[in-house]
Design a protein around this ligand. Structure first.
Ligand SMILES: *Cc1c(COP(=O)(O)O)cnc(C)c1O
Length: 395
């Protein structure tokens, strides 16, 4: 591995859709000594994180629970609390991430009803409504929806799915995975009628991987209290109150909390609406570049619905070339790291992450590096991608 330990001058660009770039302010905030668990500074730190997370997910009353876990851990929090063994949940298919959540749910002896996966398309709220209308006995206890499926770069309409649940007059809890969309795409728990929000640290929140969270409304909390199935570490009803050690079912991840407080500060200083607008603007520049590249026929958007293109990540299909080879050249020769295809899309796409701590020169630099990698492989692409991305950013 000697070749990978050489120093590389300048910045290396991280354009995976998670883990994302960690801002210096967050790294600095984490570079601190541990404190003892009775130190009142710890209670302040936790309170700041909880209040900040309420603001970031857009809730007044939702209770925030933070876990030492990744996104899969946060998925399990939702499964273990709101579904008893044998209960059914509707998981509309969005791609690799809805399927991963479904498989984990089934592994825990819950039943999953899926809508058919339509590659390239977001969740169809009418299908959600139809499944719920057909469920006359109220067998389905919850709907688990992924806002942005990170494997496809497609964002579904979270408010429209709430309307579909209401139109079917179905009592299912509405649970939304915002792991790759929070602090990038507009989301508001209360306004969108979401009962339970599920997220992770290493994407829009700009933290290292390793912390998951949920935000729980009264109905979801009651569902957990009424749930007879065994649960312990994931059980948020054991984490209520103000005792730090109990809140975390053990020692809190101190430095992660220090980082979270700093990340929330950054989001609040910029303003959440400005954060959303920046993501829309930078994603728009990426879309312009891909439109230009695709004019020569070798690459294209995976997403078939322009309005459903994610502001966090774009999946790009490749004809006649191995996307993994593009990734390797982009990373090793041009210092731009991207992601590859997951599940059914392995070997078919590369994915450009454009969320988190990014600005105009980061995006333009990344696009230039990706273009250089594709040209060096002889891939046929339109050559006006950078000018079009620049024109879009000037406008
Ligand atoms: C990344 C991701 C997850 C899983 O998170 P891990 O931290 O990798 O376990 C779940 N859902 C979505 C939408 C994601 O993007």
């Amino acid at each position: 591995m000697q070749q990978y330990s050489k120093r590389i001058p300048g910045s290396r660009f991280l354009h995976a859709p998670g883990p994302t770039r960690i801002p210096d302010e967050v790294l600095d905030a984490m570079h601190r000594q541990s404190i003892d668990l009775a130190d009142p500074r710890l209670d302040d730190l936790i309170k700041d994180c909880e209040a900040g997370m309420q603001a970031v997910v857009g809730t007044e009353r939702g209770e925030v629970y933070l876990y030492s876990a990744n996104g899969h851990g946060a998925w399990e929090v939702a499964i273990a609390n709101v579904l008893a063994e044998g209960d059914a949940v509707l998981i509309p298919s969005t791609g690799h991430f809805s399927e991963g959540w479904a498989i984990q749910t089934e592994a825990l002896d819950r039943r999953v009803v899926r809508t058919p996966w339509k590659p390239g398309f977001p969740i169809d709220p009418n299908e959600v409504e139809d499944v719920l209308r057909a469920d006359k006995t109220g067998d389905i206890k919850a709907v688990f929806a992924v806002q942005t499926d990170t494997s496809t770069g497609i964002t579904s309409d979270i408010a429209a799915i709430r309307q579909a649940i209401d139109a079917a007059k179905h009592p299912a809890l509405y649970v939304v995975d915002v792991v790759s969309s929070l602090a990038a795409a507009p989301f508001a728990m209360d306004a969108m009628g979401v009962n339970l929000v599920v997220g992770g640290s290493q994407k829009g929140l700009m933290l290292p991987p390793g912390m998951g969270f949920v935000v729980v409304d009264e109905r979801a909390h009651q569902a957990s209290l009424d749930n007879p199935s065994p649960k312990f570490y994931w059980d948020w009803t054991k984490r209520t109150g103000s005792h730090a050690y109990r809140k975390f079912c053990g020692t809190p991840p101190l430095q992660m909390l220090m980082g979270l407080r700093a990340a929330i500060d950054l989001l609040q200083q910029e303003g959440l609406d400005q954060v959303f607008a920046r993501h829309r603007r930078l994603a728009g520049a990426v879309f312009k570049a891909i439109e230009a590249w695709s004019s020569a026929g070798a690459i294209d958007f995976f997403c078939q619905v322009p309005s459903a293109r994610s502001v966090s990540v774009t999946a790009v299909t490749v004809q006649g070339f191995d996307p993994e080879a593009i990734r390797t050249i982009a990373r090793e020769k041009f210092q731009v790291a991207m992601a590859g295809g997951l599940g059914p899309m392995a070997g078919k796409v590369f994915r450009i992450g454009h969320l988190g701590d990014m600005n105009e020169p980061t995006i333009l630099g990344a696009l230039a590096g990706i273009e250089a990698a594709m040209l060096s492989m002889g891939i046929a692409i339109g050559r006006d991608a950078l000018p079009r991305a620049i024109d879009f950013l000037i406008d």
